[in-house]
Write a protein that binds this ligand. Structure first.
Ligand code: S5P
Length: 474
């Protein structure tokens, strides 16, 4: 039997022995769930134990050059034992509690400082159990770079482990597991859909301190991004060494294209307001897309959608501008509620697109409240494939390191304009306010030489970012 068939066989067997149940349950991390895994029962089924160890061995342990194996107590302990024998690799055991007498060691077995250890676990939700084991192994000077698990509930565990330097390999993701059960008619298509919908929208609460996104380099954050546009943007920023977005608020298409010829190589993102261009036409779109290709930047149409979903879908795809056809991402207000995101999610026609949600604004006297900001961030959690990040002004507005903080209202001097815009300096927005990308409009466009000025902003912003990830405080 091939690997895939064995996997299917295992999923069905786990269902048959009640190691997976459907209903209303609570997980160890304290969240409600429509499906529950209890793999402890597998010890009563030698054939399943054998199948699991064969699969894990072929899938990962065979190819690993780690020095030790360690199972997370308790369910994974017997599985780790079988793998240790099969791979002829010594095992380590982590205690749940330190002994009350003699040595206070948490790790049993013989090992040397600097050796590597592969972790075995049954089910990962938030990743906290694996991380507890990693911490105890690290305290003993052992390195952990990999965790091999049976099932990933796809609720943030992978990201949490990766941000702690541990790569996770899973035999099944939750989605694959559910699909197999549906394929073999163990559950109905409706149950499968309900469960998948639940997993798409619910993340496990992190029990560990969440990572400080502003301390991570953009390369790392590209790996943690779930939206393709944020992934690409982080990669472009790291490659071109720029976190500058130019806001091209000009009313002539030739002037915009001329400006981009000069500043294109210094920016990661170009922000447009197409509805202010007096001579907008499809040729302009062709040309700006060519510049985007040539200089490797993405395009954000700052349309600030704010209507009901149905209207927004039409505004996005139809009319003079057909924004959905060319803009990599758009700005969106959360004001109308979730329907607006549902509409855009359904309008991407399978192409990678992104949304920056407005969580805060830079203008004086704007009506956004802290509750509105929080509700905006909460709303985004249901759309991990669509949300690129937030237009916001503060570091604490959101935590997810895979999302991007886009901050407008930036000039070299703290100041404002006569219509309520408030400006902060590059130092302030990057080091204090947590911006990942700074948006500069008139600060560059109004300069005698926009090109020279773009370089001044690029260098200042990048210097602050380098300082930020190196851990130096202002
Ligand atoms: O809160 C905001 C959100 C946005 S997107 N404040 C802003 O200023 N913006 C946009 O950023 C605004 O529409 C303009 O295009 C740009 C700032 O331009 P500047 O000339 O003031 O730098």
């Amino acid at each position: 039997m091939g690997f895939e068939n064995k996997l299917e066989d295992l999923a069905v067997k786990l269902f048959t022995i009640d190691a997976v149940k459907f209903g209303d349950f609570m997980t160890k991390s304290g969240i409600k769930t429509p499906v529950y895994f209890d793999f402890r029962v597998i010890v009563s089924y030698p054939d399943i134990m054998e199948l699991i160890s064969t699969l894990l061995y072929d899938f990962s342990v065979k190819g690993s050059n780690c020095n030790h194996l360690c199972g997370v107590p308790y369910t994974a302990l017997p599985v780790a034992t079988l793998l240790s024998i099969r791979a002829k690799k010594p095992m380590l055991m982590r205690r749940k509690e330190a002994k009350g007498y003699g040595t206070k060691k948490m790790i049993e077995g013989h090992y040397k400082t600097g050796e590597t250890c592969l972790i075995i676990e049954d089910v990962v939700t938030s990743g906290s159990s694996v991380l507890e084991t990693v911490k105890d192994l690290n305290k003993e000077g052992l390195k952990v770079e990999e965790a091999v698990i049976i099932l990933d509930r796809e609720q943030g565990g992978r990201q949490s482990l990766e941000s702690n330097g541990v790569q996770m390999k899973a035999l099944f993701t939750m989605t694959q597991f559910i699909d197999i059960l549906a394929k073999h008619k163990k559950i109905t298509a409706e149950t499968a859909e309900n469960v998948k919908e639940y997993f798409r929208t619910t993340k496990a609460p992190a029990t560990e301190e969440p990572v400080d996104r502003t301390a991570l380099p953009y390369e790392k954050r590209a790996e943690l991004a779930t939206n393709q546009i944020s992934k690409q943007l982080f990669q472009i920023m790291a490659q071109k060494k720029t976190n500058l977005c130019i806001s091209v608020d000009l009313t002539s298409s030739t002037k915009i294209l001329d400006l981009l010829e000069k500043v294109g190589e210094h920016v990661c993102l170009v922000k447009t307001h197409v509805d202010i261009i007096e001579d907008f036409n499809s040729e302009f779109v062709t040309q700006i897309k060519q510049l985007a290709q040539r200089f490797n930047f993405l395009i954000l149409e700052d349309r600030k959608y704010a209507d009901i979903g149905n209207t927004v879908a039409l505004q996005y795809l139809k009319g003079l501008y057909r924004i959905g056809e060319w803009a990599d991402c758009v700005t969106v207000h959360s004001l109308p509620g979730e329907g607006i995101l549902k509409a855009l999610n359904g309008s991407t026609n399978g192409v990678s697109r992104g949304v920056f949600l407005l969580a805060e604004m830079s203008s004086e006297g704007n009506l956004i409240t802290p509750d509105y900001t929080k509700a905006t961030v909460d709303m985004s959690a249901k759309y991990p494939d669509l949300i690129t990040g937030f237009v916001c002004q503060n570091k604490d507005t959101f935590k997810d390191p895979g999302l991007i903080q886009l901050t407008p209202g930036v000039q070299l001097e703290t100041s404002g304009d006569s219509l309520g815009q408030i400006y902060n300096t590059p130092e302030k927005v990057i080091l204090e306010k947590g911006a990942d990308i700074a948006v500069v409009g008139r600060g560059i466009m109004a300069a005698k030489s926009p090109e020279t000025q773009a370089i001044v902003y690029k260098d200042a912003l990048w210097k602050c970012y380098m300082k930020r990830i190196s851990g130096q405080k202002e």
